[in-house]
Write a protein that binds this ligand. Structure first.
Ligand code: GLA
Length: 381
């Protein structure tokens, strides 16, 4: 991939730049908890985005998306936003840096990626983090790593229209080989957990389903949570996020919120507790409990939060039938992958069964990705 980028860069700009990369992520547990001030448990993966970049001494960005075979040229002011959505990620990062007082200048760039798009592995955060990290270094902006993650998140909010939490960008910037990260999304305190479940494998099954309305549905989930918080605050003004709410508080407002909002909040309150339970279980080396919690998350995401779909529920059922220790839809949902914790001796049988059964039912095979937990954003030598 690096070679192809290099070739194209040379063809377009007749020079050489510096290479940066930033990964996609997995998340063991803690879904839709980040924007509720709760906990998440992600790790960076060995798939991501790579960009070659070189300042060009102007105030224009000349960018080429190798995978899409598309070129865009745009300036750095708000009025000069590009039309292509892939370019808006790069533009958004530059704008968010400017808003924080940094002064990125023009540059030439070619990028490509191997993190699958729309698979729930945060290809967009990988793209944002690549440029946030790189521009910080190349223009010597002195921005700290937390702020780099927030720049990516703000890009989603202000230039893409997804009101996401901080998990994806955080994992992409802070990832560490071999470790998952437990992040408190309110305080941003985090802890690395070396993750080496002897005798087990983590594998993703990509349903290859993508839903068009995912971002509006995502924003709607977030609104539901905010409605419930507003209702709870009438009696409990100290509650800032669902993170602070208990099931009892939720029940107090049951008549005041819609049945749908109630279900969404019920899921979130349970899910935040599950992350903590999984951390305890991991410290004991108790993978059976970890797996059990993953199934509970799937159930909640499917029935209460309603972000699963037929294909993902099917993959989850197969995992259960094959004796897989834990399985659930990963990421925002509405398509994408399941993450599966499976005993090594069951792995081959599970993959074979899932592949054939899925093909029989939906006419195509799921994609299989073995998880390798890797480092976050960095310069490539
Ligand atoms: C998407 C968002 C994250 C997070 C997950 C769900 O990946 O970008 O902030 O909310 O969905 O856990």
């Amino acid at each position: 991939m690096k070679e192809k980028i290099k070739e194209k860069f040379n063809e377009l700009f007749h020079s050489e730049g510096v290479f940066y990369t930033s990964p996609g992520r997995i998340n063991l547990i803690g879904e839709h908890t980040d924007y509720n001030g709760g906990f998440v448990f992600p790790g960076a993966v060995d798939k991501g985005m790579i960009a070659e970049i070189k300042p060009n001494g102007t105030d224009k960005i000349r960018a080429f998306a190798l995978d899409l075979d598309d070129y865009a040229e745009f300036g750095l002011t708000e009025e000069e936003a590009p039309a292509a959505s892939w370019a808006r990620y790069i533009f958004g990062v530059c704008r968010e840096i400017s808003k924080r007082g940094g002064e990125p200048r023009g540059f030439d760039t070619v990028f490509a990626g191997d993190v699958p798009l729309g698979a729930g592995m945060s290809s967009s955060a990988a793209l944002e983090s690549t440029y946030a990290f790189a521009l910080n270094e190349l223009f010597d902006l002195g921005i700290d790593k937390f702020e780099l993650a927030k720049i990516g998140q703000a890009t989603e909010h202000n230039y893409i229209g997804v009101n996401c939490g901080i998990m994806d960008q955080f994992a992409s910037i802070f990832g560490k080989a071999g470790s998952l990260i437990r992040l408190d999304c309110r305080s941003l305190e985090y802890k690395y957990y070396p993750f080496n479940p002897v005798g087990y494998k983590l594998v993703l099954l990509d349903s290859v389903v993508k839903h068009e309305l995912a971002s509006s549905a995502y924003n709607k989930r977030r609104q539901s949570c905010e409605h419930v918080v507003a209702a709870i605050r009438e009696r409990h003004p100290e509650v800032e996020f669902l993170r602070d709410a208990t099931k009892e508080m939720l029940d107090e407002v049951k008549e005041k919120v819609s049945a749908e909002d109630y279900m969404r909040a019920e899921y979130v309150i349970e899910e935040i507790q599950r992350v903590l339970d999984v951390c305890d279980a991991l410290e004991r080396g108790d993978y059976e409990t970890v797996g059990q919690k993953m199934y509970e998350t799937h159930h909640g995401m499917s029935r209460l939060y309603e972000v699963s779909c037929e294909e993902l529920d099917f993959l989850n059922d197969i995992a259960k039938a094959c004796g897989v220790t834990g399985s659930r839809v990963m990421g925002g949902g509405f398509g994408g992958c399941t993450i599966n914790l499976v005993k090594e001796e069951l792995y081959d049988g599970f993959i074979a069964k899932a592949t054939s059964a899925y093909k029989e039912k939906f006419g195509r095979e799921p994609k299989v990705y073995d998880v390798v937990i890797s480092d976050g954003a960095r310069k490539l030598r």
